[in-house]
Design a protein around this ligand. Sequence first.
Ligand code: NAP
Length: 274
Amino acid sequence: MTMIFKKLDDGFEIPIIGLGTWLQKNEPECINAVKSALDIGYRHIDTADIYENHGYIAKAIKGFTREKLFITTKLWKDFMDPKQVESQCDKCLMQLNLDYLDLYLIHWPDRTKPMNDIIYQMTKLKERGKVKSIGVSNFTINHLQDILHQGLKIEMNQVEFHPFLNQPELLDFCNRHAIAITAYSPIARGNVFHDPDINSISVKYKRPANQIALRWLLQKDIVAIPKATSKEHLESNFKIFDFQLDPDDMKKIDNIGFTRPKRLINPEFADFEY
Ligand SMILES: NC(=O)c1ccc[n+]([C@@H]2O[C@H](COP(=O)([O-])OP(=O)(O)OC[C@H]3O[C@@H](n4cnc5c(N)ncnc54)[C@H](OP(=O)(O)O)[C@@H]3O)[C@@H](O)[C@H]2O)c1
């Protein structure tokens, strides 16, 4: 299966499908999932400081050619201090046993903290070669506007995006400002298997619901990071490059988000406008 890459605005390329690792806290399970994913052809791993699995990922990727991997991790909200940006990045690099990150994201926005100074410090990490690209996660258009007004540049916004949370305004805004989107919870944490419209499209294409949802994202040029543990799930999520959804079916899936919207990740500290 040939992987598709998305070019970021700074010229680096991110594999359009990556492996999510949230809740992969069990060492053998996490190592197995990452190793199986690499065997299948995944080259992009998404983690975060708060997932507490950097060390397991380090073990799983040991010996693999570094340049062929794309590793993302995230600055946790407890360390939203410009003075801590570099030491937090160094901590992640040490735990992952890497000398650079492909992508470093601010995990959650926090308007009570100096976001722009933090992003400025992240741009310094780029200059020092500790990270290739920088970005944010869970940022709304308003949060992004604050950054852009300061003349700061980011390459990625990682947000919840799936058929029940279709975000065309955010996607359009990011496209206009050359900010790529990564969809987290791209198969809606399994909810796609229970939707009648997705199920009928699934029957039409003879493809499981997870592949329909991931293909819908791919055709919108959105990077997706499904989390899976078993080899069967990992393989299935990777088999999305050999079929295409018709424009009518794309629209049908677009409409699910308008008729049956559902945000799955909304912790009390989140700052979403809708
Ligand atoms: N930036 C953020 O704030 C944020 C928030 C949430 C998530 N994320 C990232 O996004 C990743 C993905 O999101 P997610 O874990 O919330 O949800 P998801 O990827 O939409 O769904 C994961 C669930 O679906 C199951 N699954 C995966 N592939 C399947 C398949 N082919 N058939 C049937 N079931 C399948 C998994 O089971 P098994 O594990 O048993 O295979 C797991 O229970 C996370 O792991 C994390 O890296 C980021």
